[in-house]
Design a protein around this ligand. Structure first.
Ligand code: SAH
Length: 228
């Protein structure tokens, strides 16, 4: 009993004196409980979620919460999505190593980094300039050289790099921007939160033989899409 007590104290003092949070442990636990423990089964998605240092993408004051089961504020009235939602949307896109992906709503850059662990190139657009600048700095610092960032309104997509194998929109909007469907490659997939603040669903669009099909997925809550 006494021995066990001493051991606990020593372990506690070691953690205290190192002054560091074991983010790798927290990340592994997040993958096991929040993702595998739900319906995330895609191996690429699980590997990417287990690799990307989410704590690098959130403000210092909430870094200790980086691997908890919810969204976090990143300033400018915007949020980094709950890890499960990031994984869910990634899995819905069925990303493959040769894919080129477009993201509308860079935010912290976290979702872009998760995709960049799997696919060839990620193009990402952010409308709030300070967020776009900060995300680019973070992605550069972490060595993500396959993510191309841009500051601007993503409503019209990014024509010069189209078509995309997958498109992800991370802000809620009433209707799907037509340009995004146009810029989807044959066989491509687009995931987007559609609706209003209190009634929003992730919608999945697929393009086959030039035809668009639409399926409703999870009920979600996202920050509103800003029209430039
Ligand atoms: N994917 C982000 C979460 C972003 S929250 C992450 O992993 O952290 C949604 C983001 O979409 C916000 O940063 C918001 O500023 C941005 N956004 C909203 N409307 C936009 C638009 N029209 N074009 C580009 N970005 C937009």
């Amino acid at each position: 009993m006494l021995k066990a007590g001493i051991l606990i104290i020593v372990v506690f003092m070691t953690i205290q004196s190192s002054g560091q949070t074991d983010f790798a442990y927290l990340r592994k636990d997040m993958v096991t409980t929040q993702l595998k423990g739900r319906d995330i089964t895609d191996s690429n998605t699980l590997r990417a979620m287990g690799t990307v240092k989410r704590h690098e993408f959130v403000p210092k004051r909430v870094q200790h919460l980086a691997y908890t089961d919810g969204p976090l504020s990143i300033g400018h009235a915007q949020t980094i999505s709950q890890p499960y939602i990031v994984a869910y949307m990634t899995q819905q896109l069925k990303p493959k190593p040769h894919h080129r992906v477009l993201e509308i709503g860079t935010g912290s850059g976290y979702q872009a980094a998760v995709l960049a662990e799997i696919v060839d190139t990620v193009y990402t657009i952010e409308i709030v300039e300070p967020l776009g600048i900060k995300a680019k700095e973070c992605l550069d610092r972490l060595g993500y050289d396959n993510i191309i960032t841009k500051i601007g309104d993503g409503y019209q997509g990014w024509l010069e790099h189209a078509p995309f194998d997958a498109i992800i929109v991370t802000a809620g909007i009433k209707n799907v921007p037509p340009a995004l469907l146009d810029q989807l490659a044959e066989g491509g997939r687009l995931i987007i939160p559609l609706g209003t603040t209190f009634n929003m669903h992730l919608m999945l669009y697929t393009k086959k033989n030039g035809k668009i099909k639409q399926k409703e997925r999870l009920a979600v809550s996202f920050v509103p899409f800003i029209r430039g």
